[in-house]
Design a protein around this ligand. Structure first.
Ligand code: M6R
Length: 614
């Protein structure tokens, strides 16, 4: 995680760096810092906590910093060392000559640190990054060439890194490099911008170069040179970023999360407009670059993802198996990468990721690609590292999601899976025609049904008030909505810090039921269809243990008012499609509980939107 920025040009570096860091806050908000080139020295400013704290410090030093036109900046999600000022980046060598910012993890930092300490370096922080500052300084002391020092140092470090480096003796130079972490260079007129991600630079330039692993770029005000670690010059062609600067605004909502929940009907409308034209026409999904006969004969799919994307993947498994008769495995990327997997050229591997940068998923994708599998990426960021690995790419088009808690991107991922499963079913002829048409026609009215749920959000707000002060929460469901229970629980725990768990309803009696008493809320996801009666029985069992019962249902049965203390009703929908509706009240419930408890909804503690470390 972490976000890095760099600037060299003729404008105020502090302003550009702070602007860039603001756009990268989704990558972490434990601490932040900038290094600014002054005459003959580098000044460092750091602050613990949110970026605003650094802003306040820079404001107080305005007169001192305003003339600086070269600098680097960092926003941190702590990995090694607590989120304190001393551990905040930039880090420097002992004489203060070298300053660096880093995103990633230096895996051999302990060995390097011991070696550097033996050579006389004094460490001030607990970070892995500080070793790199000392290492570059050591190399520089021998070769007196900053690019060469970075090149030599990069050969000695293992792990993942994106680095911006400056040296007090080089007021017209910044050196950057990367391995397994994102870094791009924005090219302006007499200026260059370095950043972990596009939003930090797009306001200034659309012309950019994505640095590749093990490349080292040397930026001066009027030139950029790229070499590799073997000192070969690299020819590069800048690309034009297909982005427009977006002013990130809450549009009158109290939080981005609430705004993003409310954007879901329009996200669905936009996706459907391009892909589902009528119940009689084929799903338009040309992004899937598998020919019809390969699609038809596929017999194994693996889906890999993390967090909320993993829950979307679980729904994907359920519907692909149901509609297409193809065996699907779903696995958390972090588990997939450290075991022997039976993946080969006959496996379709689907990677799902909002950010397209999640380190575990990216590594898993690279591993399966090396085994010859066709890689299909479902992401909200078609410009991401994962997208660049894709043989087929479904861009979910949810728009920028600012809140750390994923909501509209989950909706867009789910819908992408439905469209993919229906497309594959069309090709295979594996789904009954009338069911295919029913599903298509119900998808076409999905936006209106989502809107109906949002119109009645006060009911959910009321429910949130009743249950906000609980310590634990259980969500139960079966079948296609088991992932909905997991996602509802994840939303609640990540923004309210309530210990929430999702269970397959049938599993309750195998252990979790022991936890039930009059203090435990149990929310049953009761969608009409094959497993409705079964969940009703499981709800009865919970009621018999005095649990506080909540129903989320699309049934109009009045009897539910007797069994449950609180009933949240949503519109009817075909059972297979019900996860698309059922998740919305759960997002709202989590939101209102967190808001009621006064939590930092958009930036919950310990989390980051983009998890770029394994
Ligand atoms: O960007 P990704 O979808 O790969 O991210 C995966 C998870 O880190 C992410 O879904 C996380 O669980 C969210 N905070 C959930 O709201």
């Amino acid at each position: 995680m972490c976000g890095i920025v760099g600037y060299i040009g003729d404008k105020s570096a502090a302003d550009i760096l702070m602007d860039g860091l603001k756009q990268l806050e989704y990558r972490g908000y434990d601490s932040s810092g900038v290094a600014l080139m002054e005459t003959d020295k580098i000044d460092i400013y750091k602050a613990e906590g949110k970026l605003q704290n650094l802003n306040d410090i820079l404001f107080m030093n305005r007169d001192k910093i305003v003339g600086s036109t070269l600098g680097i900046g960092h926003i941190r999600w702590a990995t090694h060392g607590a989120p304190t000022v001393v551990n905040a980046h930039p880090h420097t060598c002992n004489c203060g000559g070298v300053a660096i910012v880093h995103n990633g993890i230096i895996e051999n930092f302990k060995e390097l640190r011991e070696k550097l300490e033996a050579q006389g370096c004094t460490f001030r922080s607990q970070t892995d990054t500080e070793t790199v500052a000392h290492l570059i300084a050591k190399k520089y002391s021998l070769c007196k060439d900053l690019t060469e020092a970075v090149r030599l140092a990069s050969k000695e470090i293992d792990g993942a890194f994106a680095l911006c480096v400056m040296h007090k003796d080089h007021p017209n130079k910044m050196v950057i490099t990367k391995r397994n972490a994102p870094l791009l260079v924005g090219i302006g007129e007499g200026e260059f911008f370095a950043a972990s991600d596009v939003p930090a630079i797009i306001k200034y330039t659309k012309k950019a170069v994505y640095l590749k692993d093990n490349q080292i770029a040397t930026l001066t005000r009027d030139d950029m040179q790229i070499i590799d670690t073997d000192n070969n010059s690299i020819f590069f062609t800048p690309e034009i970023l297909p982005w427009e600067p977006v002013a990130l605004s809450k549009m009158g909502y109290k939080h981005f999360m609430l705004k993003e929940i409310h954007e879901q009907p329009s996200v669905v409308r936009n996706i459907l407009a391009g892909k589902l034209h009528s119940i009689d026409s084929e799903i338009a999904l040309d992004e899937v670059k598998l020919d019809k006969s390969t699609l038809k004969n596929l017999n194994r799919i693996q889906i890999i993802a993390c967090g909320t994307s993993l829950h979307a993947a679980m729904v994907g498994k359920y519907i692909i198996e149901s509609f297409c008769d193809i065996a699907v495995d779903v696995e958390a990327s972090s588990e997939y990468i450290y075991r022997k997997t039976v993946t080969n050229e006959n496996t379709l591997v689907i990677g799902v990721s909002q950010s397209g940068e999640t380190a575990d998923t990216l590594t898993a994708i690279k591993q399966s690609k090396a085994k010859g599998s066709h890689i299909l990426i479902i992401t909200n960021r078609p410009d991401s590292a994962m997208a660049r690995e894709a043989d087929s790419l479904i861009s979910v088009n949810a728009g920028i999601e600012v809140s750390v808690a994923a909501t509209k991107s989950y909706m867009a991922q789910l819908l992408s899976f439905y469209l993919l499963a229906l497309k594959m079913a069309e090709v295979k002829g594996s789904l009954d025609d009338s069911l295919l048409k029913t599903l298509k026609s119900e998808l076409m009215v999905l936006p209106q049904k989502l809107e109906q749920i949002l119109v009645h959000k006060e009911d959910i707000q009321q429910c949130a008030k009743i249950y906000a002060n609980t310590k634990d929460f259980i969500f139960i469901a079966r079948g296609v909505n088991y992932p909905t229970a997991l996602e509802g629980a994840l939303k609640l725990k990540e923004i309210s810090y309530i210990n929430a768990t999702g269970y397959p309803a049938g599993e309750l009696k195998h252990g979790p039921i022991a936890m039930l008493d009059e203090s435990m809320p149990v929310l049953s996801i009761l969608m009409k269809g094959t497993v409705y009666d079964k969940i009703l029985s499981n709800s009865e069992e919970s009621k018999a243990r005095n649990a506080r019962m909540i129903a989320l249902t699309n049934s109009t049965d009045d009897k539910l008012n007797t069994l449950f203390d609180f009933v949240i009703r949503i519109p009817e929908i075909q059972e297979y499609l019900s996860p698309l509706l059922a998740i919305v009240p759960l997002q709202l419930l989590a939101y209102y509980i967190a808001e009621f408890l006064g939590k930092d909804v958009d930036q919950p503690r310990n989390l980051a939107k983009s998890v770029t470390v394994e």
